[in-house]
Design a protein around this ligand. Structure first.
Ligand SMILES: Cc1cc2nc3c(=O)[nH]c(=O)nc-3n(C[C@H](O)[C@H](O)[C@H](O)COP(=O)(O)OP(=O)(O)OC[C@H]3O[C@@H](n4cnc5c(N)ncnc54)[C@H](O)[C@@H]3O)c2cc1C
Length: 578
């Protein structure tokens, strides 16, 4: 019995020992802050944070103005792009009757469109139904019509719309009246009237463009692979030419080159040596709206990747199989055989915006609808223009050149050094935003207008410099960043002011806050242009991807993107032509 008792004690001790070990193992698996006793405070903080968030949301909802449905002003939003959806998701639908009209019933995350061209991402991963942007989606307080606005009558406050989709009912047109109209119809590609572009080149502007371009690229490859294709024809078909060295052109060239090197070369080894990617740029820098350091990094990266960059050249025409290029230095034209031509040389006016400008005598800018600082259209204050299609009228600096010269001349020697001009440009950027856009080019502009090369600017030389800056056709760049901020800003204007009054004198003017720019430059490398400096490399590429995944407006898009990237990493891109 004594032995039995002793052995039971041993078993109990062993069991207790096991429990203690298990507890220890469990605590080993717990995160460091739990072991260090920080677990409870962290949980408490998270709970407090969550409650505070819910309280703020509730408070925001309670403080929202409520207007009886029959008294609500009608707001019609044209478009479902960056500017429009940011307005839609922030406007108070308890105070306005909101209707959105767009030929696309989705929002497109344009910065990742070049990735969709080659299948790094699926097109469906970068679009989101416009209807998802209504905060109170189940209550259907917002109406959405999939149609294009065909004309605006500012006098009658009516818009004409047309169903442009393949399936139309007995009647395809309808009209909507409004109290306020928001024009957020974006822009169209700028071809500079170059012959043959619409007929023979591809754009990267819409999701349909990405699908068409992808199929064309794969068709070129399959045709080049046929036994009946001659060598010269094969080389032509495998020449991918991108026209335009801005962010879209650079990213498209980088994505196509990745696709060729990582996927096409693997499946078509016989074609590998004939594949060529070229980029034609009219100036002598790539990404010339970014800092010079970024332009140099991008040029070096493209050199390493064997992307053939043709600088200082202008495309004269795009024929079915040949691009005619003019060398700007020699002024000579030469033919460039190609299989795929992608056109990305900036943007121009959307036809609807063009028509609106033509109908208003107060409008005199050919590039965008001119608005005041609250985004109200000049000549039609009930119409707001935001995003790519609008531009805020800026006070011209030239009108005050003498005063500005005195202000810039800090050492009072009657002339301006480069340092004085640089410092001055930073000081006045809030009042004259056109100066902010040119801030990086000040040394170049200074050298250009220092006509007698004495390294200072006289009043006359300074006048010419300001004239050039004032002439900037639009004051803010056509970017998603600007469109997003304008959409959110306009929602604030609606929520705070317009439900009761048309007077915006107490409203704050729109202020653009530039957060920096990214661009993908191929082979898991990206560049980032921030106020703090220029960055590139693998970490920047990782940040680029992280930034864009967190900027998605839905969890489902985030999940799809993460899935697509992982799939491509493991299995490569899909090469089937659909
Ligand atoms: C490939 C690519 C990459 C880009 N990368 C970046 C980037 O990295 N960072 C950045 O900041 N910007 C980037 N941009 C620029 C950015 O996409 C645009 O500046 C932005 O889309 C402008 O927003 P928006 O709302 O004015 O117009 P859009 O987003 O173009 O939306 C316009 C909307 O209007 C609709 N519409 C058109 N005509 C009508 C009509 N007649 N009636 C009703 N609706 C109409 C369209 O269907 C669309 O929904 C990129 C653009 C492209 C094409």
């Amino acid at each position: 019995a004594a032995t039995r008792n002793a052995s039971r004690r041993v078993v109990r001790c062993a069991a207790r020992g096991n429990q203690t070990r298990a507890r220890n193992e469990l605590s080993m698996r717990k995160p460091e802050y739990f072991r260090s006793g920080l677990g409870a405070p962290v949980l408490a903080l998270t709970a407090v944070g969550g409650l505070y968030y819910l309280y703020k949301r509730g408070q925001e909802k309670r403080s929202r103005v409520f207007i009886e449905p029959e008294d609500r002003k009608k707001v019609v939003i044209l478009g479902s792009g960056w500017a429009a959806v940011n307005l839609l998701s922030n406007i108070n639908t308890d105070a306005y009757e909101v209707t959105m009209v767009s030929p696309n019933n989705y929002f497109l995350f344009t910065p990742l469109l070049p990735s969709a061209v080659v299948g790094t991402l699926q097109p469906s991963s970068i679009i989101q139904p416009a209807r998802r942007f209504y905060k109170d989606v189940r209550e259907s307080r917002v109406k959405f019509f999939e149609a294009a606005c065909t004309s605006i009558d500012p006098e009658a406050k009516v818009v004409q719309c047309k169903d442009d989709s393949p399936i139309v009912g007995e009647k395809s047109t309808f009209e909507l009246d409004y109290d306020y109209l928001v024009v957020a119809v974006g822009s169209t590609p700028n071809t500079f009237n170059t012959k043959g572009v619409y007929e023979n080149a591809y754009f990267v502007k819409t999701i349909e463009d990405a699908r068409r371009l992808r199929n064309h690229i794969l068709d070129c490859i399959e045709t080049a692979n046929l036994p009946c294709t001659s060598e010269a024809e094969r080389k032509r078909l495998l020449h991918f030419v991108i026209v335009g060295g801005g962010p879209t052109g650079v990213e498209t060239a980088a994505e196509i080159n990745d696709f060729m090197e990582e996927d096409i070369s693997r499946y078509y080894p016989a074609l590998k040596d004939d594949i060529k990617v070229s980029l034609i740029q009219s100036g002598d820098h790539l990404l010339n709206t970014y800092s010079e350091a970024i332009s140099i990094k991008t040029k070096d990266a493209f050199e390493r990747q064997n992307i053939n960059v043709i600088f200082n050249s202008r495309v004269v025409s795009v024929d079915e199989k040949e691009i005619t290029v003019m060398d700007k230095q020699t002024k000579e034209n030469y033919p460039l055989p190609y299989g795929t031509c992608v056109w990305s040389t900036g943007v121009s006016l959307n036809p609807l915006a063009k028509e609106l400008i033509a109908s208003l005598p107060e409008q005199n800018n050919r590039r965008a609808i001119t608005t005041d600082k609250y985004m109200r259209t000049k000549g039609a204050p009930e119409i707001f223009a935001i995003g790519d299609c609008g531009t805020i009228e800026q006070e011209k600096m030239l009108a005050k050149v003498t005063d500005l010269f005195v202000e810039a001349d800090t050492d009072k020697d009657g002339s301006l050094s480069l340092t004085e001009v640089k410092e001055f440009s930073q000081r006045i950027a809030d009042v004259y935003p056109q100066m902010r856009i040119h801030a990086k080019n000040i040394p170049t502009l200074f050298a250009k207008h220092d006509t007698n090369s004495d390294e200072v600017l006289s009043l006359d030389e300074f006048k010419e410099l300001l004239k050039e800056i004032d002439q900037g056709l639009t004051t803010l760049p056509a970017t998603a960043q600007v469109a997003t901020q304008q959409g959110k800003y306009l929602a604030t204007v609606f929520n705070k002011h317009l439900h009761t009054t048309n007077d915006l004198s107490s409203a704050e003017a729109f202020q653009y806050n530039h957060m920096g720019s990214f661009a993908y430059i191929g082979k898991n490398d990206a560049v980032m242009d921030l106020k703090q400096g220029a960055f590139s490399g693998f970490v920047t590429w990782f940040m680029w991807r992280s930034a864009y995944i967190t900027k998605q407006y839905s969890l489902s898009n985030m999940a799809s993107m993460a899935f697509d990237w992982t799939k491509v990493l493991i299995f490569g891109r899909d090469i089937s032509r659909q």
